[in-house]
Design a protein around this ligand. Structure first.
Ligand code: ZN
Length: 305
């Protein structure tokens, strides 16, 4: 890799900026273990749908929490928001205790499980997570279903945000009929105090995501990932055009930066940070609004200010 020279003076530090990545994945040894039966399919999807050429399988003996913190330090990143599957909840709770200022945790919840309500309370109240991540296309529910509403009820009580993955997904087994962000509008109306997030700018459901900016006050988007969905929309687009429309429709307070970093050896996706930062600069976003997008909005959403 030739990135070492760049990493010694990361672009954002030249600008004096503090960065929080709101959306990445904590894929520990336990997570890989839970995928084992599907490894071949996952390898195939990784090779055909991502820019990764190799993947390190974490060892159960390594200090994975420290590994990510070292990676953040290397890249000059203040804090990272991790999506965490149930198999790694306890391990991640320990990471949160050891590094309370370096991580945010979203617990992946499947609202269709019989004990979903109990799990949702447990992860926030006992394990110290900061929010919920729902994945309608993976688990097969609409966000207006009563099972999702029970999670929103708890989010309302415990004052935590709920992030959603709508649109296309790297998961091979998903059902895209559950992928429409407009499904979220009734919930955003019925729980006006809850902050509802949409990951990856809607992952292809861009039009629907923008419409929600008009219809709601409590929906935000994250910019995470390489946004490959732009190849599958029926009109020419690039990330700069997408960010411009997002800014025009939602304004800088409803946009939250993320990278969707997930696996080593790729580690933290600095290329995504630099690309997005340069785009927002070209779009003449002022330094105060840059701070909101890259740091302050997620802090506010997480109740840190
Ligand atoms: Zn993600």
């Amino acid at each position: 890799m030739t990135k070492s020279s760049k990493k010694s003076t990361p672009y954002h530090t030249q600008l004096g900026m503090k960065i929080i990545d709101s959306h990445s994945h904590y894929l520990s040894a336990a997570t890989f273990e839970s995928w084992r039966v599907r490894t071949d399919a996952i390898q195939h999807r990784i090779h055909t749908r991502t820019d990764m050429t190799s993947v390190d399988i974490p060892s159960p003996n390594e200090d994975f929490a420290q590994k990510w913190v070292t990676e953040l330090d290397k890249n000059g990143i203040s804090r990272i928001g991790m999506m965490v599957g149930p198999e790694s909840w306890n391990e991640f709770a320990d990471a949160l205790k050891r590094f309370p200022d370096r991580y945010y945790g979203y617990a992946n919840i499947n609202p269709l499980l019989p004990n979903a309500e109990e799990q949702a309370r447990y992860v926030i109240q006992e394990l110290g997570f900061h929010g919920f991540k729902l994945y309608p296309v993976l688990n097969g529910f609409h966000t207006y279903d009563k099972e999702a509403y029970q999670i929103y009820q708890i989010a309302d009580e415990l004052k935590v945000p709920v992030l959603h993955h709508f649109g296309i997904s790297i998961g091979a087994g998903v059902d895209l009929r559950y992928g429409n962000p407009l499904d979220l509008q009734p919930a955003a109306r019925d729980f006006p105090q809850v902050k509802f997030g949409i990951a990856h700018l809607g992952a292809g459901m861009f039009r629907e995501t923008l419409l929600l900016f008009y219809q709601t006050d409590n929906v935000y988007v994250d910019t995470s990932g390489s946004n490959v969905w732009m190849r599958y929309i029926p009109y020419p687009s690039d990330l700069e055009g997408v960010m411009k429309r997002t800014l025009e429709a939602g304004g800088p307070k409803r946009i939250v930066f993320g990278t969707d970093s997930s696996m080593f050896p790729r580690g933290f996706r600095y290329d995504i940070l630099e690309k997005q930062l340069r785009i927002f600069q070209r779009l003449k976003v002022n330094s105060e609004d840059l701070e909101h997008i890259f740091c302050k909005n997620i802090r506010r959403i997480m109740g840190n200010e």
